[in-house]
Ligand binder design. Structure first.
Ligand code: F6R
Length: 576
């Protein structure tokens, strides 16, 4: 993961722009941060463990015209100042910030170099320093030797430029009014720039104080088209909420309505006719996005009668002989930058098969890679735990299935207009807070919701919990159920009501406590109940996940954690 931001200007002190860029990028990692700059022709570095404010304290009054900055999500090496970026080569002549992973870094180590950190990036810095020629040739030659992913910004001693290279990690550049900025995410450009350039894999760029010059992998100068930023929804603030996650949970009805109106407005040009010819669909994603794929596959099977399957991207990458020409591969990703998902999309592209990206971020790498794009319109999601992006993915996949089946979308419009968020009752919260062992149980689509509910609680409240298919309880997990266990039973499908009642009885017979989440009555005793609003079954995965998101958030706050920045995680997982 990690975020990089680098800037150069003759006119202004660039340190402020780089630091404010890093603040916008800290969703990509917040273990530590650092900045490298040129001061009287010398490369200097300042680093800090923890959030950007710790770095700011160390660089008050610092001024520079050229700087590269980094915010880190640790992959190689513990969280420490030594492992923070930028890294400098042993001879002090190359200074590097890096997002990605150098897979062959052990093989690239040199016996003549003493490495101070445990990082792959320090090896990369030294590799560049060991090459011959001008800075750009050194960087190009080093990149040829490297296996893995990288977006790098490099300073070379004695050169008033910043050198950039990219493979599989995002990198963009903006130039305006005497300021030249590079960043892992174009949202960094929002305030000062009208347009930007997005680097493609194996391209290079040299930034000077006036301009950005682009090169292909052979070092030949190239022209690039710019992307205009005016339509991009950059501006995310907390809207008077204390946490982004709470704001984003509350925004879900608005995001669903926006998604509906975007798809049904006259301007929408997406050609569903082209997509109807596919008989088979194969979804690929990670984490929460994988859960929305499970619901998407159910829609395609049940609404369209199509053959649909789902794979985790990190598994699909290494499967053999699974490809089919007649299949549409659907890659779902909030960020559109998730390394495993991107790698699968590339694999499918290389085979010449067709693919569709379902993403929440315009101009992301996944959109670039796929033949078709189905955007979700959740708006910028900042909190690491995905909430509104998830429900908008499900909603978009429902629209997709309805369109493929040539079915009316009137009920979808009604849902979009009627969907509201209900707060959790205080007595429900107090009941839940008593437990440390929590299982989420459901069948069919509710099994998916149980996986998502458990994931949310794990990632922000750090509780050891599980999502289980109702029928599987008795095949193992029931052994863990005792008086101290809470089972959250999700039951939104009338056809599976009796089966869920059986699960609940099994739990209660072992002394376990049950919180039922449902829109209808059940013929079993439970300890607590969340009554859901009653909508058509297809919408219930959206409705029923909301109390689970709120539950996770409240549990996290009760335990004193920050929901927006869970430990060990980052918003955009750009490493495998
Ligand atoms: C969990 C969460 C992650 C992401 C996963 C994929 O709340 O946010 O599990 O869903 O890292 O990310 P995207 O959707 O950006 O590909």
């Amino acid at each position: 993961m990690c975020g990089i931001c680098a800037g150069i200007s003759e006119k202004i002190n660039i340190i402020q722009d780089v630091v404010s860029g890093l603040k916008k990028l800290d969703y990509r990692g917040y273990d530590s941060c650092g900045i490298g700059y040129i001061d009287e022709k010398q490369i200097k570095v300042v680093k800090a463990v923890g959030q950007i404010k710790n770095l700011e304290k160390k660089i008050q009054n610092l001024e520079a015209k050229i700087a590269i900055g980094h915010t880190r999500w640790a992959t190689h090496g513990i969280v420490s100042e030594e492992n923070s970026h930028p890294h400098i080569s042993q001879d002090g002549k190359v200074c590097l910030v890096h997002n990605g992973i150098i897979e062959n870094y052990e093989n690239l180590k040199s016996k003549e170099v003493v490495y101070y950190s445990q990082t792959d990036t320090e090896v990369f810095a030294n590799l560049i320093a060991q090459q011959q020629g001008e800075p750009l040739s050194k960087l190009r030659m080093a990149c040829q030797k490297v296996v893995g992913s990288f977006a790098v910004a490099v300073l070379f001693e004695g050169h008033d430029e910043i050198y950039l290279a990219k493979r599989s990690s995002p990198l963009a550049v903006a130039v305006e009014n005497g300021v030249v900025l590079a960043s892992s995410d174009i949202s960094v450009f929002a305030e000062k720039f009208k347009s930007c350039y997005i680097l493609d894999d194996d391209e290079f760029c040299v930034l000077n104080s006036k301009n950005a010059i682009f090169f292909d992998k052979n070092g030949k100068k190239i022209e690039k088209n710019c992307v205009f930023l005016k339509n991009y929804d950059f501006f995310a603030d907390k809207n008077n909420e204390k946490y982004f996650m709470l704001k984003e949970i509350k925004e879900q009805p608005m995001a669903i309505r926006k998604t509906y109106f975007e798809y049904f407005s006259k301007e929408n040009k997406l050609d569903f006719e082209l997509l109807k010819k596919f008989k088979r669909f194969h979804f690929v994603a990670c984490g929460t996005a994988y859960h929305s794929c499970l619901i998407g596959a159910k829609y395609l099977k049940e609404i369209c009668g199509k053959d649909a399957q789902v794979s985790l991207a990190s598994e699909f990458r290494y499967e053999k002989n699974i490809y089919s020409k007649r299949c549409l591969y659907i890659f779902v990703s909030q960020s559109g930058e998730t390394a495993d998902t991107l790698a699968c999309a590339k694999m499918i592209k290389d085979k010449g098969y067709k693919s569709l990206a379902v993403t929440n971020v315009p101009y992301c790498s996944l959109n670039n890679m796929c033949d078709f794009v189905l955007p979700t319109f959740a708006g910028k999601e900042i909190a690491v735990a995905s909430t509104k992006a998830y429900t908008c993915q499900i909603f978009t996949l429902l629209i997709f299935a309805q369109m493929l089946a040539n079915k009316s979308c009137e009920h979808i419009k009604k849902f979009a207009l009627d969907f509201k968020i209900q707060n959790l009752r205080e007595d429900v919260l107090q009941f839940i807070f008593q437990f440390k062992k929590i299982f989420f149980v459901g069948r069919g689509q509710d099994y998916v919701t149980s996986l998502e509910g458990a994931l949310k609680l794990k990632e922000i409240a750090y509780l050891n919990c599980l999502g289980i298919a109702g029928g599987e309880l008795k095949h193992g997990t029931l052994a863990l159920v005792d008086e101290e266990t809470l089972v959250i039973a999700i039951s939104t499908q009338k056809g599976l009501k009796e089966k869920m009642e059986n699960c609940i009885e099994e739990v209660r017979a072992r002394g376990g406590k049950v919180l039922l989440v449902s829109q209808f009555e059940h013929n079993v005793k439970v300890d607590c109940k969340i009554v859901l609003p009653d909508f058509k079954e297809d919408f219930m995965p959206i409705i029923s996940v909301v109390p689970l998101q709120l539950l996770a958030l409240n549990f996290c706050l009760k335990l004193g954690y920050n929901p927006d920045k869970p430990r060990n995680l980052a918003k955009s997982v750009t490493v495998e």
